[in-house]
Design a protein around this ligand. Structure first.
Ligand SMILES: [Fe+2]
Length: 359
């Protein structure tokens, strides 16, 4: 009898102590959780803090446990190890740059006919941060039709979709014919839109080529090669701001945000919209040097893949990971019209997880 059970997994040569309440609140029999949604039918905060494990035994891949409050059940040992070791069904991000990469293209005529092909596309999306889909209709609103086959679209003050087209008095430089250096979209929003879809209806102008950069790879490069720059970029909180006649949107964040394990979580990079606070002179000198270096990496031929969106193509990219850009174009040489929209990671990650994970 005790508060802990020691779980030994011989295959993985690991020994882990499992706390009684930690284990108790993972019981998933019908008396403990609703079998439709696996939500608990009791308040785990009301469990006895002195709960004991009265008995446990291992039978092949099952751990059977009886607790001092009378509850009992069994656990799949692999599931416990996967949870403890943060082993996820979502594929890990792959580092890539121009030299190690080829463009990932899927066919619209296949992905919605064959669920395996859709899942393959979503896996590639999580490995590389983007996919390109060919053979969509080159018509207005097609980006919404496509996105809604995946899940709900995230509306913003730009509307449900936005038109990337050269127009007078634009409220964003995207709506001009100017070059757009590598940037992430909408760093001033709470939260930042997770995924952007851009659909090409026409791209007949001279110029207007597209580019993508993996912010995760850039961040990793900085960490390895310029640790001082990496440190200040991951520690300095800057303000991002959007202003137009109807609204002002503000958020504060780091250019490179890390998670609780100090791993890459998100990049926000948009030189048109960021304002660093008035730090001491040395910190600002270092910050500006680091940001300049990061800008150089994000616009270098080593990290920037260049491609041309043609009629009927959609690029779908992770706006928390990748940067995107385009060369300037001359609207007098031909018509260029893209439409874009945002969806959240809930849509793609949820769908992928549902397909790959039994429960
Ligand atoms: Fe953009």
């Amino acid at each position: 009898m005790g508060k802990k059970v020691i779980l030994i997994n011989e295959g993985k040569l690991s020994e882990i102590k499992l706390h009684s309440i930690w284990l108790r609140e993972r019981l998933n029999g019908s008396e403990f959780v609703d079998q439709n949604n696996l939500q608990r039918l009791y308040e785990p905060s009301l469990l006895d803090n002195n709960l004991l494990i009265n008995m446990h035994s291992v039978d092949k891949n099952k751990l059977n446990v009886e607790f001092s409050d009378g509850a009992k059940g069994s656990f799949n040992i692999d599931d416990l190890f996967n949870e403890i070791n943060n082993i996820d069904v979502i594929p890990e991000k792959k580092i890539w740059d121009v030299n190690s990469h080829n463009i990932k293209i899927f066919d619209n005529n296949k992905i919605f006919k064959n669920n395996d092909e859709l899942i393959k596309m979503l896996k590639v999306f999580y490995q590389y941060g983007y996919v390109i889909i060919k053979n969509t209709k080159a018509e207005e609103n097609e980006v919404i039709n496509f996105a809604e086959k995946l899940g709900p679209v995230r509306s913003t003050n730009f509307g449900k979709l936005f038109n990337v087209i050269s127009k007078p008095n634009p409220n964003d430089l995207a709506y001009t014919a100017l070059e757009l250096t590598s940037h992430s979209d909408n760093p001033y929003r709470k939260p930042v839109p997770g995924i952007q879809l851009l659909h090409c209806i026409a791209n007949e102008s001279t110029g207007g080529d597209s580019s993508l950069v993996d912010g995760f790879s850039v961040s990793n490069f900085l960490k390895l090669n310029q640790p001082e720059f990496y440190k200040i970029l991951t520690n300095t909180t800057v303000t991002f701001k959007f202003t137009d006649i109807d609204t002002i949107l503000v958020d504060q964040a780091k250019l490179i945000e890390l998670d609780h394990n100090n791993n890459f979580k998100q990049i926000r990079f948009s030189g048109r919209l960021d304002y660093v606070p008035l730090l001491d002179e040395n910190s600002l000198n270092l910050f500006y040097e680091a940001r300049k270096y990061m800008f150089k990496l994000c616009n270098s031929d080593d990290f920037k893949i260049k491609y041309r969106l043609s009629k009927g193509m959609i690029v779908m990219f992770d706006n928390l990971r990748l940067l995107h850009g385009r060369t300037k174009f001359d609207p007098n040489t031909g018509f260029r019209h893209l439409q874009g929209c945002y969806i959240d990671h809930d849509v793609t990650e949820g769908k992928l997880r549902r397909s790959l994970q039994p429960n």
